[in-house]
Design a protein around this ligand. Structure first.
Ligand SMILES: [Zn+2]
Length: 202
């Protein structure tokens, strides 16, 4: 007999959900800040060197209501740009889920992701105690993304459908129906669909 566990309906569900949310949202910040070139119809050259990446990341983390990691260096920000590039395909999997999953498995191995109880709580984490911040972030983000995919929710890891926008997001709507990164893109897409219909009518 096969026992099926419904997505998220496991003991401790709220804690697991909040863990996953926290790290998936961080992956979203990393990708949108360090790895995409077009946002809301505009070209947005991602920051190109360590100091610029560090400044952009600190601003984005604060904007997302998170405290930037203490002691993060420009060199760390460079490495996080690499992590962002590794994580980005997960949000653009579409029909290519198996290939993306294989890629994500490699990311998990590369960054030493491993379930681990930390501290006196103890609290669950997915990086080794003593990992540096970049390896820890990479392992925790990649694990959270794998957890979403592993319960059949890959479609919730998505990117904006509006033209000229590559922003990624975590779709937490009830029926996973979100298509745009923002209201601005939703309105742009609506306006361009309207223009296309009018042009078609002549
Ligand atoms: Zn968008």
């Amino acid at each position: 007999m096969t026992v099926t566990i419904d997505a998220w309906r496991i003991t401790g569900q709220p804690q697991i959900d909040s863990y996953v949310n926290r790290w998936v949202e961080l992956a979203v910040v990393l990708v949108n800040t360090l790895a995409i070139t077009r946002v809301r119809g505009r070209t947005a050259a991602p920051p190109a060197d360590g100091p610029a990446r560090l400044a952009a990341l600190e601003g984005a983390l604060e904007g997302a209501g998170r405290r930037p990691w203490e002691g993060l260096t420009a060199r760390d920000a460079d490495r996080l740009a690499g992590v962002a590039a590794e994580l980005r395909p997960v949000f653009c999997a579409g029909e290519d889920l198996l290939r993306v999953a294989a890629g994500l498995n490699e990311v998990l191995v590369r960054h030493g992701a491993v379930p681990n109880l930390h501290g006196e709580g103890p609290v669950l984490a997915f990086h080794r105690e003593g990992s540096d911040v970049v390896e820890a972030v990479a392992a925790d983000c990649a694990t959270a993304l794998a957890m979403v995919i592993g319960v059949g929710q890959a479609a919730r890891l998505s990117s904006c459908s509006a033209g000229g926008c590559e922003a990624v997001f975590f779709d937490t709507t009830r029926n996973a129906s979100r298509r745009f990164c923002s209201l601005a893109c939703q309105n742009r897409a609506k306006a361009s669909a309207y223009r296309a219909r009018r042009a078609a009518r002549g």
